[in-house]
Design a protein around this ligand. Structure first.
Ligand code: ADP
Ligand code: MG
Ligand code: ZN
Length: 564
């Protein structure tokens, strides 16, 4: 069906209008399909080059292309870029004055526009559809099409109504584009937005230039600071946190550590939010500390890292968020730290959710996929890509597990001891209490409950607390333990631990790397110094505060200085 003339024409537009020598991946094929009047679903990772897939057909076909896009900021950037290339593009949105809107309406009817970007509510409300019926339309492009999915966190109800485009404009090609590719979302987009015979173009979702690293959360701020200082000093990056408050606190804190940072979340004044976003896009070396409200469609090519201080909700969300790194194809890092609390929290969320049984089951699968990705001792890429239905047969060599293969150990015996301790204490206490019992520590609290008389009291003194914590985390992640439904932070046994307790199955766990906390970072440089007692006391106190807060040794450091 590929007409060779179309190909040549498309290539000419690519070179002359956009100034690129060749198509990337499936772009050429997709453009041919749409330019010839076909409908298509385009699944391509972030930064893959989806925009050209409808921009070039827009220029090749007669009439104006209507591009549905969910974010005003995104439209503005695209339109500005297109105008610079000499393309006649405009965006219709709520930030325009009446005069500007009238002018766009006039240009539209006079056939002076190649592309019109519009928010879904603009297209569907008012009289725009009516006016479009009277003019020639080249195609409809629905960008960020996953917004039609009610299960994703970018859901936009207006996207559901876009299904009327098919009946109102028969014969006008439709193309839906997204970087979200799990099977279910894909199916939803196809059903809701496209005719049954639409072609589906799936690109590989691998992002070979992104290095994945997942670590244990210990002191997250310090870990983040070290990560940025040691590996990304002076570079742009995004740090995702769960809570709005955390984004502000961490941004403030980074600023005090000489790392320029901004906060972004849905609770900020819209003007401030826009200001932060445009600073991030335009300036070099800024770190954006944000909730998931930030990022959809952000086209900043040189984001060098995306860090997660909390577990994202799903593996898709993680893929989307980390996908904002390295759009220019140069090396970038996706870095995540998580701990027992994170696993507990999301396991609890999924069991509490009020959703239907089917939805719950899917939610569970998504959760398991995320935890499997975090806990795997193998290359991370196959786990990640399998989730998008893509096989990745090799080791990538560009993830933490490939570069430092984690060791595993036979943890069946300690795991059984821990599980029976959970059982003996009544399946309602949290990890700290259970480990206290195993270690025979914290006598007072235990005595109040009579737990020092349990048969499991003190049966774990052969292993350090950190190891018990690691075992607990992994038992929770692998589903041997689950949050107690009373929701007070307690743990209880899950069905899956029966074979292990009966001795019918073994258990191999990941040996967590010792935290780098143990390594002193500061040198002690004592020379001949004379200090008056008050100064000395003040320095010591300051140092001790630092030691408590940041884990640096409580020494006072002098560099050939004399303080009097
Ligand atoms: P997506 O929407 O898939 O995330 P974009 O369409 O915004 O990606 O494109 C990402 C970047 O890649 C842009 O800077 C774009 O100019 C560039 N790009 C797209 N196609 C090509 C190409 N064929 N050759 C060179 N650069 C390209
Ligand atoms: Mg895009
Ligand atoms: Zn790997």
């Amino acid at each position: 069906m590929t007409a060779p003339q179309t190909s040549t024409a498309a290539r000419a537009v690519l070179e002359q209008v956009f100034g690129y020598p060749c198509f990337r991946g499936q772009q050429g094929e997709i453009i041919d399909c749409i330019a010839a009047g076909g409908d298509a679903l385009v699944l391509m990772p972030t930064g893959g080059g989806k925009s050209l897939c409808y921009q070039i057909p827009a220029l090749l076909r007669e009439g104006v292309a209507i591009v549905v896009s969910p974010l005003i900021a995104l439209m503005a950037d695209q339109v500005a870029a297109l105008r610079q290339q000499g393309v006649r593009a405009a965006a219709l949105n709520s930030s325009l004055s009446i005069e500007e809107r009238l002018e766009i309406g006039r240009a539209l009817e006079a056939g002076e526009l190649d592309l019109l970007y519009v928010a879904p509510e603009r297209l569907l409300g008012g009289d725009l559809l009516q006016r479009l019926s009277g003019i020639r339309i080249a195609l409809f492009a629905i960008d960020e099409a996953h917004c039609v999915s009610q299960w994703g966190h970018d859901f936009r109800p207006e996207y559901l109504q876009l299904d009327i485009l098919g009946s109102r404009f028969p014969g006008v090609p439709r193309v839906a584009l997204t970087a979200t590719a799990d099977e279910r979302t894909r199916e939803e987009i196809r059903q809701r937005l496209l005719p049954a015979d639409a072609r589906i173009f799936v690109s590989s979702f691998d992002r070979p230039n992104i290095r994945y690293e997942v670590g244990l959360k210990d002191r997250p701020r310090e870990q983040l600071l070290r990560f940025i200082r040691e590996r990304h000093a002076g570079e742009s990056g995004i740090v995702y946190c769960m809570s709005r408050r955390a984004t502000e606190q961490i941004a403030d804190w980074l600023n005090t550590r000489d790392i320029p940072a901004l906060a972004y979340h849905a609770g900020l004044e819209p003007a401030l939010r826009r200001h932060h976003q445009s600073r991030f896009l335009r300036e070099d070396g800024l770190v954006m500390v944000a909730t998931v409200a930030f990022g959809m469609g952000i086209d900043k090519p040189d984001v060098r890292f995306v860090a997660h201080l909390d577990l994202p909700k799903t593996l898709e969300a993680y893929y989307q968020e980390t996908g904002r790194a390295g759009r220019d194809g140069l090396p970038a890092e996706a870095w995540l730290v998580y701990g027992l609390q994170d696993i507990y929290r999301i396991r609890q969320m999924s069991s509490e959710s009020q959703a239907s049984a089917g939805h719950k089951r899917r939610e569970r699968q998504r959760l398991e996929a995320l935890l499997a990705f975090c806990e795997t001792t193998q290359c991370r890429r196959p786990t990640l890509l399998a989730h998008f239905g893509e096989a990745y047969p090799e080791r990538c060599g560009n993830c933490d597990n490939c570069q430092n293969p984690p060791r595993t150990w036979d943890a069946a015996d300690p795991a059984r001891r821990l599980l029976s301790c959970v059982y003996r204490t009544g399946q309602r206490f949290g990890a700290a209490h259970v480990i206290d019992v195993l270690l025979g520590e914290n006598g007072e609290r235990l005595r109040q409950r009579g737990h020092e008389r349990l048969s499991t009291f003190g049966i774990g003194t052969d292993l350090p607390r950190a190891t018990w914590q690691s075992i607990t985390r992994q038992l929770l992640a692998h589903g041997y333990l689950e949050p107690d439904p009373e929701g007070h932070g307690g743990l209880r046994l899950a069905e899956a631990c029966r074979p292990l307790l009966r001795g019918e199955s073994g258990l191999s766990l990941r040996e967590d790397l010792p935290s780098r906390r143990a390594q002193p970072r500061m040198r002690v440089a004592a020379a001949d110094v004379t200090v008056d007692p008050d100064t000395w006391a003040a320095l010591r106190a300051e140092r001790r505060r630092l030691a408590e807060r940041e884990g640096v040794p409580p020494y006072v450091i002098f560099h050939d200085a004399t303080l009097l």
